[in-house]
Design a protein around this ligand. Sequence first.
Ligand code: OXD
Length: 308
Amino acid sequence: MAILLYNGEFGADDWYLALQAQLPDETIYIYPDVPDKAEVEFAAVWNIPPGELISCPNLRAILLLGAGGDFLMRETSLPPVPIVRLVDETVVFDMTQYCLYWVAHYYRRFDRYALNQANSHWQRVEYPPIERYRVGILGLGTIGTQIAGALSTLGYSVSAWVQTQRDAKQIKLYSGAGQFQEFMANLDVLINVLPLTNETHGFLDIERLKMLPKEAKVINISRGAVIDDEALRSVLDSGHLGAAVLDVFDQEPLPPDHWAWRHPRVCITPHASGQTYARSAVKGLVANIQRIKRGEQPFPLYDQSKGY
Ligand code: OXD
């Protein structure tokens, strides 16, 4: 029996070594090098091409190697086995740190200082008291909640928009379609952490992006396709949006001729806000393989109907 391993463009070598160290008796195949699909019991995968998982007849579980499982939306059929999410505290911490960095960048006007330096221009730039700098989180799951908490502990004015009302400490919550415009209209920075689902595909369209105040900034760390690409370009070109920090794109790696590479208001990172390292994430994965072997339920489970 074997484990099938695939981690998309990011490569699976470190996963291979980490799994081998923890499970020395298991056979591990790195996709596409799978001599016998019938041997595969566990698929530890991210972004595997559609159709591969259903072709493993003895699969017992799909273990995600990334925070998002939206690549499974491309499958027309999946084996009836549990799909297990990867929740790695280190990744959540790193994504939080990424957001703290960029929010501070715009709050303290380091973007302006970079321009001033290019012109040998020595001038202090004013900034408001921190409690007046407004940051909004779109998507209040595990990651969004931690980002919101960290920003709020530092003193920023933090709000979030959720589909249905719930309790949240330290942050102002807006809920439902009726409060979306009010949420957007009161922001200096919007951080998108919404998972990609059928409902969120293209959610930030031109109409919704224009609800942001002029000069607001957008940070996208979830999935590129949650923001309509042409709409984003248009609000950046017109100067309505002050800047966009883009870590994720509909097509990755981002093609060299994509407009965003050269846009003066865009900062790009290569899907790096929270990199999953096997060294920290392997423990949770192995614990779930062992649970399943003992006949117990793995957790946390991915809900395919919700898309997260
Ligand atoms: C993801 C990840 O799913 O990088 O985006 O883990």
